[in-house]
Structures are given as structure tokens and as C-alpha cells.
Design a protein around this ligand. Structure first.
Ligand code: ZN
Length: 286
């Protein structure tokens, strides 16, 4: 099936609208107390976002857009062979892209040279909607071969790719946001989707908590792989990476250079000890 991507204005309006609503909610009902001055951090994160947006526009878009059109025209990849109707093909593509992104996220933590880049996202000492887009531009560029393999093997059409990309952006803005949802609502949501308290655990300075909750959309993948943790209350979490907790460690020039300079062990032996599991108030585990 040949298909056109979602119009750029529509995808852009959905993502920008989500960001604006989350910024408003973060002011009204914050989940975690900020560590750094908000304005300074926001300016730094937006500078990183500007660089990565330019990198994606110059590299990923010109590579993946035509590849997706080619895959569809030649009927390559699982979903193109299956020749499903669009109403089935697009949701299935979104699910399979979400799963393979889970695998990529695990690799960015497990493979040392990939972690050098993903670390830049994790050293943010606060977590909010601006963190969601704060990836080192080089991390986005080195993920292009993985993205191309996803499109090729799954057989992702331009429409399915743009729907997945828009849904992913909305999802990561939401689950990085510092919005306090009513706990009963969030416990229900987390059965299916990644939520702010769940992803907050992934950004904890405690290693056993960072090595959990790798899903980006559906929580199913963490459930299937036994990597889901819901048993940590947000107020007990320190956000960031233990080796980079000083204000100077996260300055703009430092984080841009971080993948290319000698790095400290992210979890030094005197880092925070594993936290005992157990029932506490305001955690997702009911
Ligand atoms: Zn991560």
C-alpha cells in the first residue's frame, strides 16, 4: 500500500500542543521538586533540542522518508508481505516500532559506546517535558541505522512511520513530564502506557532502578521482559547519574562534549545503594 505521511502541520500541532499543555500542568501540579533553577535548565535543554532537531532534519528525515517510500513500493518487510489493510497495518507498525525501540533503548544502556551518548539524556538533574527531547544530536544520528533496519524489516509505510513518530513524541513528552497525576488514575494508565512516575524510576540515580522501565510507549515490553519496576515512591528518587551530580557537570558545553571526553564510571562503587523493595505510599504498585 502506498501512503503519504501525516501532514507536517498536523503532526507539529499535536506535538507542540502536547508540550504546551504539559508545561502548564507542570506549573499547576508538579510531581517532583526541582533541583536546578528552572529557567537556566530550560534554556540549556532547548539549546540541546535545537541542535538535535537540526541533526534529525539533515540526516534522519532525508534517509528514512525515502527508505520508507521505497520499502512500501517494493513491498519489503513483514507488514508489506502481509498486505494488510491500512486500518490494521498502521497500528501493527506502531506496536512493532515501539517494541524494537525498547530493544534499542536497552542497547543504549548496555553497550558502553552507546551509553556514552545516551548518558547526556540521563545526566539532567531534573526531569520534565524539556528532558524528553534533550538527546545529544550524535545519539540521534547514530540511531539512524537502527531506525532504517526497523523500517526495512517491519515494512513501515510513510503514513505508519509518521503516526508512530508523532505518537512517540507525545508519549515521551508525557512520561518525562513533571506532572502529578492522581495516583489512582496513574495506576490505571500504567497498566498500558508509560507514565511520569514509572519513567521517573528509570531516571533514578540508583542503578537497579535505571536498569528498569525501558519502554517508550506500551508498558507491555517491560512486563514481558521482567524489567518493570513500580515499587519506588517518587519522593525517594534522586534524578540523574551519580557521577554527574554537581551543577558544573551538566553545563551546556560539558554535556555537548561528554560523549567525546574521558568519562567517569557512571555508577561509582560509593554510589547510592540498592533500595529495598517494599510497599510505600504514593507508589504505582497498588
Ligand atoms: Zn534511558
Amino acid at each position: 500500500m502506498t501512503s503519504r505521511p501525516l501532514p507536517f502541520w498536523l503532526a507539529g500541532a499535536v506535538v507542540a500542543g502536547t508540550f504546551a499543555v504539559l508545561l502548564w500542568l507542570e506549573r499547576r501540579q508538579p510531581l517532583r521538586r526541582p533541583v536546578e533553577p528552572k529557567g537556566q535548565r530550560l534554556a540549556r535543554n532547548l539549546a540541546v533540542v535545537a541542535l538535535s532537531t537540526a541533526a534529525v532534519a539533515l540526516t534522519e528525515r532525508p534517509a528514512i522518508g525515502p527508505l520508507s517510500g521505497f520499502v512500501t513500493a517494493k513491498r519489503w518487510g513483514l507488514l508489506q508481505w502481509a498486505a494488510l489493510p491500512g486500518a490494521l497495518e498502521v497500528p501493527l507498525a506502531v506496536v512493532l516500532m515501539d517494541y524494537t525501540l525498547y530493544v534499542w533503548h536497552v542497547l543504549t544502556h548496555r553497550v558502553p559506546w552507546l551509553w556514552r551518548f545516551h548518558l547526556v539524556h540521563h545526566v539532567d538533574r531534573d526531569l520534565d517535558a524539556s528532558t524528553a527531547l534533550r538527546f545529544h544530536f550524535a545519539e540521534l544520528v547514530i540511531s539512524i541505522p537502527w531506525r532504517a533496519a526497523q523500517v526495512l524489516v517491519i515494512g513501515v509505510s510513510p503514513l505508519a512511520f509518521s503516526v508512530w513518530q508523532t505518537a512517540l513524541l507525545v508519549s515521551i513528552l508525557f512520561h518525562h513530564s513533571n506532572v502529578r497525576l492522581p495516583i489512582a488514575l496513574e495506576r490505571r494508565l500504567v497498566r498500558v502506557l508509560v507514565t511520569p512516575r514509572m519513567h521517573g524510576i528509570h531516571h533514578s540515580t540508583v542503578r537497579g532502578e535505571t536498569d528498569a522501565n525501558w519502554s517508550s510507549g506500551f508498558t507491555l515490553w517491560d512486563r514481558l521482559h521482567g524489567t518493570l519496576r513500580l515499587d519506588v515512591a517518587q519522593e525517594e528518587i534522586t534524578i540523574g547519574v551519580p557521577a554527574y551530580q554537581a551543577p558544573g557537570d551538566v553545563a551546556l558545553a560539558r554535556i555537548l562534549a561528554l560523549p567525546l571526553v574521558p568519562q567517569r564510571p557512571s555508577w561509582p562503587s560509593d554510589g547510592p545503594p540498592p533500595r529495598a523493595r517494599g510497599a510505600r505510599r504514593d507508589q504505582l504498585l497498588a
